[in-house]
Design a protein around this ligand. Structure first.
Ligand code: SAJ
Length: 407
């Protein structure tokens, strides 16, 4: 298992491909976007993640990582493609289907196909069904194809460390597939490798993210209650957390990212009657951005022509990723409601994301200008650079701190 083909060179695929290349494996990375392929071919990266640029550069220069628009024959195929949802929160596994079709012509007996994308229960089994139709001869005789799910669990901001140190769950479509995949991961993972079946592995991953979503929803609900009762939610949670068995997470402007705001819906779609709490948690977290907008509106009503600084656009601190970001929803809603002039700051981006570019009453600017020119300051992301803001300089302003960093 020395030749690996990685399909999808995003937040999981690119770090995985370059890590494997750095361990001496021959890696063929594939992405359907020619711009991404060109960027990586020139030794650069299209995403911000600590130390990824250095790793990719050395992987490409060593010749161990080549990138292309098409797959190539390999021993192992890793699918790391997006699994978003469609309208009504129904899972969209069309990228998994497209990736399966793309690798099908290159598969040989005894190859190992691994699905790393977070997927609805039954997706790994579905890959097996698709491949059985596309390449029926691979299921004849004893030299069968191996197929397994090994869900990615890395935290953006710590991907390269967690790729190696996290425990990994592996669930094959049969015991031989599980065993092959476990052998493969043991070559570069220092965490424990735990074997199960494909459906259990899929649900375990969805459960991890739903656990976090439900816990954040509890914190966000407390923030609604505290706003209603005029109590400082941050202080209250800090006090409650002094109990030895209480560990409440932090409220925020809402839950973003491509995982926690998405994956719980996959459980809801599979078991709509049973997943009541999981659905409710999603609804609570999704309602938070509008609650923040309402609070800003109340303060803005005091001014004739309010200038509002919106600090941060990414979905969480110290990264550039704006997917499903509640900060973006808040800025969009403020602009649509024409609440005031908006000064938007995001130190991790050079320009506004396309979804905000066309909006009126909105200007992309730097932190100093935004703080100086605004009447209201809305802290949307707890970036390190915002934590360093001199509190005295905010005395004359109205401050809405959705992350509780300026308590
Ligand atoms: N958030 C809060 N309050 C908190 C913690 C987080 O509002 O106390 C918000 C964040 O600001 C962000 C969102 O939740 O908007 C999600 O951030 P996160 O740091 O909790 O998680 P992700 O989405 O960056 O990564 C998660 C991780 N899953 C878990 O921690 C269970 C990661 O390990 C997974 O690999 C990743 O999802 C994934 O790809 O599935």
């Amino acid at each position: 298992m020395n030749k690996v083909c990685v399909i999808g060179l995003g937040y999981v695929g690119l770090p995985t491909a370059s890590l494997l290349a750095s361990k001496g494996l021959t890696v063929h990375g594939v992405d359907s976007n020619p711009q991404i392929v060109n960027t990586i071919q020139s030794g650069k990266v299209h995403i911000v993640e600590p130390e990824l640029d250095i790793l990719v550069k050395s992987a490409v220069n060593s010749g161990n990582l080549v990138v292309d628009l098409e797959p190539a024959p390999s021993d192992v195929f890793i699918l790391a493609v997006p699994t978003p949802f469609q309208a009504s929160h129904i899972p969209d596994i069309s990228y998994v289907e497209a990736a399966t079709h793309a690798i099908a012509p290159y598969l040989q007996p005894q190859n190992l196909v691994i699905l790393e994308s977070t997927s609805p229960v039954g997706t790994t089994e579905q890959i097996y069904q698709w491949l059985k139709q596309l390449r029926p001869e691979l299921w004849e005789g004893e030299a069968l194809l191996h197929i397994a799910h090994c869900p990615e669990r890395v935290l953006p901001g710590q991907i390269l460390k967690e790729l190696v140190t996290n425990d990994r769950i592996i669930g094959g479509i049969d015991p031989a597939s599980t065993q092959q995949a476990a052998m493969f991961y043991s070559r570069f993972v220092s965490g424990e490798i735990i074997c199960t079946d494909a459906n259990t592995a899929e649900l375990a991953k969805l459960t991890e993210n739903s656990f976090r979503d439900v816990n954040i929803a509890f914190a966000n609900e407390l923030s609604f209650i505290c706003d209603h009762l005029n109590i400082n939610v941050w202080e209250m949670i800090k006090l409650a957390n002094r109990h030895p068995r209480v560990d409440i997470l932090q409220p925020g402007p809402g839950v973003g990212g491509h995982c926690i705001a998405v994956d719980p819906w996959f459980i809801v779609a599979s078991a709509p009657k049973q997943a009541r709490l999981i659905r409710m948690a999603r609804e609570v977290n999704d309602s938070k951005p509008s609650h923040v907008v309402q609070r800003i509106q109340e303060k803005a009503d005091r001014f004739k022509a309010p200038v509002i600084a919106c600090l941060g656009l990414s979905y969480k601190a110290n990264i550039d990723d704006v997917r499903e970001s509640p900060a973006i929803s808040i800025v969009q809603e403020l602009s649509q409601n024409q609440i005031g002039e908006l000064l938007v700051v995001e130190p991790h981006l050079d320009t506004l994301p396309p979804s905000l570019e066309v909006l009126p009453n909105l200007q992309f600017t730097n932190l100093v200008t935004a703080l100086e020119k605004s009447d209201i300051i809305v802290l949307l992301v707890d970036h390190r650079i915002f934590k360093g803001v001199d509190q005295d300089s905010l005395k004359e302003k109205i401050v809405i701190d959705t992350r509780g960093i300026w308590r």
